[in-house]
Design a protein around this ligand. Structure first.
Ligand code: C2O
Ligand code: CU
Length: 454
């Protein structure tokens, strides 16, 4: 995607922005149902593997997990597998994650999305071959959701991820015990990429038989740079709705009905799907263009996973309430900060016209303040904005207010558009980063340093 994305839009700037605005509104709210082409539900399919769970040891109430990055033939693995093992945590757990790098290149372990303070996350620190590091923290109450881990060694992140270094994290909490969620068949679906194929839990186009009339899909986009527009389709081409229950950084207040969901690289979403009508139900990747409306889609429609619904599953009512999401008051923001994504004519990807320099602080903020970040994308392709340590809420997209409150850590900023975020700085200051989560762009310098004082 490198060469196409550095190309400038041939359209005039105004026309381009106007056109892009329409798409943003559509993508952000409830996207229109689009016409699907012929049925694409493969019949002989491998089983969707459950990812192995990472065993932890318990010492005096501290749960210790160990992850080792290693070479395996041409690839890279965490604890011998790719995707890496599932790290399952519970809100309130005291945890230490020990990481050892036995590969031959500097690497690191970033727990993407977990609200860790900058001194625990340390995204600028590399772990040399043979070296190790530890992160100790308490899992923040209220953050139950789907997260992941991957390397963060600047300049080499995309290569290491594509070689196999990525694994899932699931945090559970009291909200998961609500009626509607307890009965649901809870499935983690982690998308990675191999060559040009999108894999689900490491397998191409798997299937699985669901066990409840309500299926909870924890969708995790762990590709290096592929936007995934996802929807469900039955064999007769009818489209059951998806009930969005969680964004990146946890549960939302109540299910929000959509037909499709766009997951930018790095982003997660959880949906409930009613699975009472017997037969195959495809989770499909729909065509999506990162070049705005009228742009050429990077992909054709493709089934990524088939849910086989057996006869006789009783319906399960949807939960009516999930979890409170704090209301932030934009009037209390201490400043509005503009962050501009762009690409330079020489092919560099920039933030505010500059490429990343780890010794330069690009943004200074104060702990216990709220800021509005106006993230503008002046480029002709989408770029997903990701901020470490501080979960954000979307205020509006090109002026269109966000239809529901939600915590996020990765937010797609479509070509030519502006997304305003509410950014509260809490729990601890320090030096951290914000960047585009298309890893090739991040490696090429589309990243800035944030220092939170206090
Ligand atoms: Cu998922 Cu700074 O990264
Ligand atoms: Cu980018």
């Amino acid at each position: 995607m490198t060469t196409e994305t550095s190309r400038r839009s041939p359209l005039g700037r105004r026309a381009f922005l106007a056109a892009a605005g329409t798409a943003v509104a559509a993508a952000a709210a409830v996207p229109a149902v689009r016409a699907l082409t012929g049925p694409d539900l493969p019949t002989d399919r491998p089983e969707l593997p459950g990812l192995p769970e990472l065993a932890t040891t318990d010492t005096d109430g501290l749960r210790v997990a160990e992850l080792v990055a290693a070479s395996a033939g041409p690839g890279l693995v965490y604890n011998g597998s790719s995707p890496g093992p599932l790290l399952r945590l519970r809100e309130g757990d005291r945890v230490r994650v020990d990481f050892t790098n036995t590969t031959d290149a500097p690497s690191s372990l970033h727990l993407h999305g977990l609200p860790l303070t900058p001194d625990v996350d340390r995204p600028l620190e590399h772990v040399m071959p043979g070296g190790s590091s530890s992160q100790e923290f308490t899992v923040t109450p209220g953050c139950a959701g789907t997260y992941w881990y991957h390397p963060h060694a600047h300049g080499d992140v995309e290569r290491q991820l594509l070689a196999g270094l990525a694994g899932p994290v699931v945090v559970t909490g009291p909200a998961d015990e609500r009626p509607g969620l307890v009965e649901a068949d809870d499935r983690l679906v982690m998308f990675t990429v191999s060559g040009r194929e999108i894999l689900a839990n490491g397998v191409r186009r798997p299937g699985t038989t669901v066990r409840s009339g309500l299926t909870r899909l924890r969708l995790l986009n762990a590709t290096a740079g592929d936007h995934l527009l996802l929807g469900c389709v039955r064999r007769d081409r009818s489209r059951p709705p998806l009930h969005l229950i969680a964004t990146d950084a946890g549960l939302i207040e109540r299910p929000h009905r959509v037909q499709e969901i766009l997951l930018a690289p790095g982003e997660r979403a959880e949906v409930l799907v009613e699975t009472t009508e017997a037969g195959p139900l495809g989770l499909v990747r729909l065509p999506y263009s990162v070049h705005g409306p009228g742009g050429e889609a990077a992909n054709d429609e493709e089934t990524l996973l088939v849910l086989d619904v057996p006869e006789g599953l009783a319906p399960v009512p949807l939960p009516d309430h999930l979890a409170p999401v704090e209301e932030l008051d934009p009037a209390t923001a201490v400043r509005t900060r503009r962050v501009v994504f762009d690409a330079a004519p020489d092919g560099a990807f920039t933030v505010d016209g500059r490429v990343f320099d780890m010794d330069r602080v690009d943004a200074r903020a104060d702990l216990d303040t709220l800021e509005i970040w106006e993230v503008a994308n002046d480029h002709a392709a989408d770029h997903p904005f990701h901020l470490h340590s501080y979960p954000v809420q979307v205020l509006d997209r090109d002026g269109v207010p966000e239809p529901f409150r939600a915590w996020r850590d990765t937010v797609n900023v479509p070509a030519g558009s502006t997304v305003r975020l509410l950014v509260p700085f809490r729990h601890g200051g320090g030096r951290t980063v914000y960047h585009c989560h298309i890893l090739n762009h991040e490696d090429l310098g589309m990243m800035g340093v944030l220092e939170v004082a206090g």
